[in-house]
Design a protein around this ligand. Structure first.
Ligand code: FES
Length: 129
């Protein structure tokens, strides 16, 4: 039984949509911050505010601006996973590009964007206006 539950756990972990590095952080005054050094290795980072079910994808663009997208499918709220060119929903197959626009339905609406500002050595994402 113990071996069976261990097998089940490893199978679930393998299926986890968060099989990529996620920067977990506290929400302070409706903001989360991520050190800019996180972008040294990759221009795409993932942030999980504490207590949230969904990650936020933060893309550093060629002009050094940043774009933050909530990885919540706009069809029926499933978690999205990165696919190299954007994000995929495993529930009904919707796909979104790196800007959060729908490239394949059934989703019809783009992903939610959050305002982003850079403060010295940190990037700040405003979760609520
Ligand atoms: S919940 Fe994502 S396509 Fe349906």
């Amino acid at each position: 039984m113990l071996a069976a539950s261990g097998y089940l756990f490893s199978e679930l972990a393998a299926c986890s949509p968060a099989a990529y590095h996620v920067f977990k952080t506290e929400i302070v005054n409706n903001h989360v911050e991520i050190p800019l050094t996180e972008f040294a290795q990759s221009s795409l980072q993932f942030v999980r505010p504490n207590g949230w079910y969904y990650d936020i994808a933060v893309q550093k663009k060629a002009d050094n601006s940043y774009e933050a997208l909530l990885l919540q499918c706009t069809h029926q709220s499933n978690q999205l996973v990165p696919n190299g060119n954007g994000y995929t929903c495993s529930l009904h197959g919707s796909q979104f590009n790196k800007d959060g626009d729908v490239t394949k339905g059934p989703a019809e609406k783009p992903l939610k964007h959050y305002p982003v500002t850079v403060n010295q050595d940190k990037l700040s994402i405003q979760l609520k206006s």
